[in-house]
Ligand binder design. Structure first.
Ligand SMILES: Cc1cc2nc3c(=O)[nH]c(=O)nc-3n(C[C@H](O)[C@H](O)[C@H](O)COP(=O)(O)OP(=O)(O)OC[C@H]3O[C@@H](n4cnc5c(N)ncnc54)[C@H](O)[C@@H]3O)c2cc1C
Length: 315
């Protein structure tokens, strides 16, 4: 049976494993340093009160079809992953999905960090998200929406001091939506005053594991045969914003490619809801559309339920 090593049990890694096992029987080893998978996209729902923070955490001890290797991946040697404990995990395929590296203190990208930040937000009168990074960690806009919706009396504002054009194309259409629900969006923030919380939005970088890897935009294969890079780091390397929809798109393409190679001996990918966007420019246009229409929390709840009952539950 073919062995597939997946590094990173986040949105990309888990969705990849789900799609792969839908198409083929394979031995899947998931290298993940945390004891649980976190449904990061759903964090704004917890801010909005639609789910509890703990509902976004799926213990990896519940996995039935794939094996959790509870460790950090340190380096890649061919199709072998060297772990922090110095042992190697090798496969016929390696799919790297370690997410991105974040630089900054406001930790809203992990469930635990997001809950800590929520406690500070709960007691503040005004919450100001200050964006002054070339490539900010996305998700602050959804959190701002959710906080304003749940606590309409709080002042919630976003200050776009400095952002790269690659992000502004996403944030411009979002501004109108923000205004509709009473979120103020300006450039410079007002001086910090009592009862206010200023949140410096962190910067995002490719994960160190992806250093030196080239990734082909059509197949997501790196320069090493049967070694793929998907998720936030792959998106950053392709000049695309690191957004969960992009991770689903990439996970879907790679899962189909590997499943067909294992079962038929050649690579065949059928475009579907996500993978039909295999042209980076078309993908950017599609993302702009999504940002214009927004993702209402209630839709996210639908995605969360599918994730809990079909995606994670099947693994
Ligand atoms: C608050 C918030 C809201 C968001 N909302 C949306 C949204 O509405 N729509 C949308 O499209 N996107 C959204 N995003 C973005 C989306 O969550 C990310 O793009 C997505 O999680 C990226 O998936 P990933 O698997 O690449 O990374 P992650 O989900 O971050 O997972 C990476 C995994 O790799 C593991 N890992 C790290 N280092 C190693 C290592 N050395 N070895 C092994 N494993 C490792 C980590 O522990 C983690 O489990 C949001 C993000 C945030 C923070």
């Amino acid at each position: 049976m073919a062995r597939v090593v997946v590094v990173g049990g986040g949105i990309a890694g888990v969705y990849f494993a789900y799609r792969l096992l839908q198409g083929v029987n394979a031995e899947v080893l998931l290298v993940e340093p945390k004891p649980a998978h976190e449904f990061v996209i759903g964090i704004p729902m917890a801010y909005g009160g639609l789910v509890k923070f703990k509902d976004l955490v799926f213990p990896l001890s519940q996995l039935k079809r794939i094996k959790h290797v509870w460790d950090y991946a340190k380096t890649l040697e061919g199709r072998c992953v060297r772990l922090a404990n110095s042992s190697d995990v090798c496969g016929d395929y390696v799919v790297l999905a370690p997410g991105s590296y974040k630089v900054g203190n406001a930790e809203y990208w992990s469930v635990e960090g997001a809950e800590r930040l929520f406690e500070k937000i709960r007691t503040a009168r005004a919450i100001r998200f200050i964006v002054s990074e070339f490539t900010p960690v996305m998700g602050f806009q959804e959190i701002a929406y959710a906080v304003k919706t749940r606590f309409p009396d709080k002042e919630v504002s976003v200050h776009l001091v400095y952002v790269s054009d690659d992000y502004m194309f996403l944030l411009e259409p979002w501004k109108a939506k923000a205004k509709e629900i009473g979120l103020e969006v300006t450039d410079e923030p007002p001086p910090l005053s009592r009862d206010e919380l200023h949140i410096s939005v962190p910067a995002v970088r490719p994960h160190p594991l992806s250093a030196g890897l080239d990734v082909r935009p059509d197949t997501l294969e790196t320069q090493y045969e049967r070694v793929y890079l998907i998720g936030d780091s792959a998106l950053l390397r392709l000049g695309l914003p690191p957004i969960g929809w992009g991770s689903l798109w990439q996970a879907s393409i790679v899962a189909q490619a590997i499943a067909s190679e294992i079962s038929k001996g050649y690579i065949e990918v059928t475009p579907d809801e996500w993978s039909s966007q295999n042209d980076p420019e078309a993908f950017k246009r599609w993302l702009t559309y999504r940002m214009t229409t927004g993702t209402p929390l209630v839709y996210l709840k639908g995605l969360y339920q599918i994730w809990a009952t079909r995606v994670f539950a099947s693994l």
